[in-house]
Design a protein around this ligand. Structure first.
Ligand SMILES: [Mg+2]
Length: 234
């Protein structure tokens, strides 16, 4: 059986994070810009870096100011999350089949398991620690690696080469996620995409328009998801 590099999204794919993250995200912004009206945007499929840039731009913050504040802002967001999380960690919910799939892949002799997520690494770790999933992953690519999600599959290949000394062909790479951005960022590299319907209803509708290679309503049928990952496709 050929080896697979399996890259999993977090929000809407493995977990539902609850509202803490968006709250901390906007609290940090309001602290930095107390006098302006903050315009909100959708988070799905974007990196934290990209969302901060988008919201600041929508709210009328100049490009120079965005460049100046983006680093400290992301740092403050993580500080707020870590401060508030102990009382709110139970809001983070595992999605059906997520633990079973991650456990099966982490033990699978032909799978290398990684994260491909728009979260900052510390945020990703905080979320997955709440449900005991962080330690299953060998490596990951995060918003810290690049602000543009579409660059992350390429960077995942570089990282896995550097960290584990392994090379993968496109047909050995599988991206699993709930939004069109997961499917399209996989497609940008020409890899296999598996969509799950556990994100918002809007994401579910949109993701199907992008013709992922496989679609599952959730990850609960571990054997079928594993089959989709390992099936030989020419
Ligand atoms: Mg997602």
């Amino acid at each position: 059986m050929a080896r697979r590099l399996v890259l999993l999204d977090i929000d809407g794919t493995l977990i539902k994070g609850g509202t803490l993250w968006a709250e901390c995200f906007y609290t940090a912004l309001q602290e930095f810009f107390p006098k302006i009206k903050i315009y909100k945007t959708s988070f799905g499929g974007k990196t934290d870096d990209q969302i901060y840039r988008e919201v600041m731009s929508l709210s009328g913050v100049s490009n120079d100011e965005i460049e100046f504040q983006i680093g400290p802002l992301k740092k403050r967001y993580i500080e707020l999350v870590l401060e508030k999380l102990p009382g709110r960690s139970r809001e983070v919910k595992l999605l059906p089949g997520a633990r079973e799939l991650v456990a099966a892949l982490s033990e699978h002799p032909d799978a290398i398991l990684g994260l491909l997520t728009g979260n900052l690494e510390e945020g990703a770790r905080a979320k997955l620690d709440c449900v005991g999933l962080w330690d299953y992953f060998r490596f990951g690519v995060f918003a810290d690696d690049h602000g543009d999600r579409y660059q992350l599959p390429r960077l995942a290949l570089e990282k896995v080469r550097k960290l584990l000394g392994l090379e993968f062909e496109k047909k050995q790479i599988v991206i699993i996620g709930d939004t069109i951005h997961d499917v399209n960022c996989g497609r940008s590299l020409g890899v296999r995409t598996i969509a799950v319907g556990t994100g918002t209803i809007v994401h579910r509708r949109l993701v199907l328009t992008q013709n992922p290679d496989f679609y599952f309503k959730d990850l609960s049928q571990t054997d079928m998801v594993l089959e989709a990952i390992f099936e030989e496709i020419e």
